[in-house]
Design a protein around this ligand. Structure first.
Ligand SMILES: [Zn+2]
Length: 439
């Protein structure tokens, strides 16, 4: 996973703020890592930054000049000559676009119209604003800075060669809007340089995220960030549950309805995890072992089928439903179900981080005064660390009211707790689960 920390936009923003490129970019890189951790995404093995790989970029560009597929324009910049690379356009089915090769039709910005293909810039001759923010380097073909497209190719090739001695990626990922021209240009410059037929064996392109039916875009002002969700107290397990519920090749529609369904699904899984931890024994009931086996098969088949996460998630819910039923029947779940759960949790990590407390029926007693259970305050404690004790006391009051057949009051208490983020689930043996929801 690379960080293209020098391009037209970052330079313009640094100039606007009067800071160096590095000073402008670093807070974004840090925020990205924080969001990534919050979303339970493991850090990549390597996270190269473009500005630390300029030597590798210069080497690739020089190689392309030597092979005659790049040329220096009279503006001092270096361009890739798409006419010299016959395979140009294979990834994005370029025959639908107009090919505009040659010096009069080239483009020097990092992005250009999707409707036509032009010679693209590999190295941009330096401008005063680049120098001002520290985005200029010396090269045999003149002082300047890399174009955006070359950054990915050069970083990937450098790491692949040094670590594994190869120059073709197994899988290259990106969003659909990068297919053209960005990934097309990556292929052209990489393959022209390495002489290989392909730059990546498999391309994986994720579809867009819609917000309540409209494309999420800065232009429409309907942006929702991971940071917003975190600040709203949304459980990262619920976010992942929502994301995995749509195949990556399909547009994902983010809505309040989808989020609340995801919260419910994620909380159900979290509650099972807690039940399993409490109930898991040394051996599995044969039915439990069979359910774990069925899960493993279905889970692997779904993910092997072009990462069909919605189906994998469905298989997990089937396992949890069967596991809950067996636990309700007093049967044993053991190492087979634990291992199956562990696999799902490692791959999908969709369970809510909420934790459940199970309280046995005989512990659900509460002092009474004149035949009325003594109640804790209606308002939850300001310090959330005291919240669980408060919820447990209310849960005991509710159990007492239920025993006295004061069902309306018992329901009122359930709603009171729900409003404070606590869910009470009755169990068949009279015990209850007190669960903090995923907010
Ligand atoms: Zn890229």
């Amino acid at each position: 996973m690379n960080l293209t920390d020098v391009d037209d936009r970052t330079i313009a923003a640094a100039v606007g703020k009067g800071v160096s490129l590095r000073e402008h970019v670093d807070p974004f890189a840090r925020a990205f890592e924080e969001d990534r951790d919050w979303l339970r995404i493991r850090p990549p093995h390597a996270q190269p930054r473009a500005t630390e790989y300029v030597d590798a970029m210069i080497e690739v560009i020089q190689g392309l000049l030597d092979r005659g597929v790049a040329y220096k324009g009279e503006d001092g910049s270096v361009y890739f000559a798409i006419a010299r690379f016959p395979a140009y356009g294979r990834l994005s089915q370029l025959d639908q676009r107009e090919l505009r090769a040659g010096a009069s039709e080239r483009v020097s910005t990092d992005e250009y119209a999707k409707a036509d293909a032009r010679d693209f810039v590999l190295w941009k001759a330096t401008r005063p604003e680049d120098e001002a923010v520290g985005a200029a380097w010396d090269a045999p073909f003149g002082r300047g800075r890399p174009g955006w497209h070359i950054e990915c190719s050069a970083m990937a090739l450098d790491l692949l060669r040094r670590r594994w001695g190869v120059d073709v990626l197994d899988i290259h990922a990106g969003a659909v809007d990068l297919i053209f021209p960005h990934h097309e240009d990556e292929i052209a410059q990489s393959c022209a340089y390495t002489g290989k037929d392909e730059f990546a064996r498999v391309w994986v392109h994720g579809e867009f995220l819609d917000l309540a039916g409209t494309k999420m875009s800065k232009r429409y002002g309907n942006i929702l960030t991971a940071r917003d969700l975190r600040e709203q107290g949304v459980d990262p397990g619920a976010v992942r549950h929502l994301l995995f519920n749509t195949h990556y090749r399909q547009k994902l529609d983010w809505s309040d309805t989808a989020l609340s369904a995801a919260r419910e699904g994620s909380a159900r899984l979290g509650a099972f995890r807690d039940r399993l931890a409490l109930a898991a024994g040394e051996t599995d009931d044969p039915e439990a072992a069979a359910a774990a086996d069925r899960f493993r098969t279905a889970f692997a088949a779904a993910l092997d089928d072009d990462l069909n996460a919605p189906e994998a998630l469905g298989a997990l819910h089937v396992l949890v439903r069967e596991g809950n039923r067996l636990l309700d029947e007093g049967r044993r779940l053991g190492p087979a179900v634990r291992a199956a759960w562990g696999l799902a949790d490692e791959v999908l990590a969709v369970a809510s981080s909420a934790r459940a407390r199970t309280v046995a029926a005989e512990a659900l007693t509460v002092a009474e005064e004149d035949g009325i259970p003594v109640r804790p305050p209606e308002v939850p404690p300001a310090d959330s660390a005291d919240g669980e004790a408060w919820a447990l006391r209310w849960a005991a009051v509710r159990a007492t009211e239920k025993r006295k057949r004061n069902f309306a009051e018992a329901d009122r208490i359930r709603d009171l707790l729900r409003g404070a983020g606590w869910e009470i689930r009755d169990r068949r043996d009279g015990a209850i689960d007190v669960v903090r929801d995923g907010r």
